[in-house]
Write a protein that binds this ligand. Structure first.
Ligand SMILES: [Zn+2]
Length: 224
């Protein structure tokens, strides 16, 4: 004979089962919605139209805000290189870039409140020639850099052993300013002396005087 209590327990158990089932369903749906799973299951390649749009928006962004452009550009290239760019992701990139360029969510009309920032001329650091430089931190740690010019823009790379690593626009400018403050020659000669390579051309220095100076005789006669 069933008691009221038994019925109540049964009812509770049934309700708990139902609740657990709902929870499992919700979890499964959540998993499907997660980007990693979605990318894996329906990895549609980027369309040519999307690539063209992204390139166009990046060009626009470069004119509007070169610092944001730098970050966006590096990130986009890295995503492509890592094979993580697909149709969904590209669509998100387009949306984000459009926002940065001041477009409305839909279409190609500019937001009414969008104010194109006045572009400040990029400091060319003309007083700092292309070459190799080193900076000594207050704690005595020395960092090594290569400064070059690419399509009229100054490029700073960080050197670790024989590998050069890219440095973003803002950090690059900070380093160029530090080189200027320390003294261009001092920074260059520090590089040459610490590494044993000419601070202008990067050739290994063997001559006693050249090693003491941090620059080879040819470069010393040509430039400084
Ligand atoms: Zn040299």
């Amino acid at each position: 004979m069933r008691t009221v209590n038994y019925d109540l327990d049964e009812f509770r158990a049934a309700q708990e089962d139902e609740f657990a089932l709902e929870e499992r369903k919700a979890e499964a749906i959540d998993r499907l919605r997660r980007p990693s799973f979605r990318d894996f299951t329906r990895m549609e390649p980027v369309t040519d139209k999307q690539t063209m749009l992204i390139e166009r928006l990046l060009e626009e962004l470069k004119e509007i805000n070169v610092e944001v452009y730098d970050i966006a550009h590096d990130w986009y290239r890295a995503e492509i290189a890592a094979g993580r760019m697909n149709k969904d992701r590209a669509s998100e990139v387009v949306t984000r870039l459009k926002k940065h360029c001041g477009y409305k969510e839909e279409g190609w009309a500019r937001r009414a409140d969008f104010v194109r920032p006045v572009s400040t001329p990029v400091e060319p650091f003309e007083d700092i020639p292309d070459g190799y430089y080193a900076l000594r931190d207050p704690d005595g740690h020395v960092r090594f850099f290569r400064v070059s010019t690419y399509r009229g823009k100054r490029k700073v790379q960080s050197q670790a052993s024989d590998t050069l690593f890219p440095i973003n626009f803002t950090s690059g400018h900070t380093i160029l300013r530090q080189i200027r403050e320390t003294g261009m020659r001092d920074s260059a000669f520090l590089y040459g002396r610490e590494i044993g390579r000419c601070c202008r051309c990067g050739h290994t220095l063997t001559d006693e005087d050249s090693r003491a100076a941090g620059i080879g005789p040819y470069c010393a006669s040509k430039t400084w």
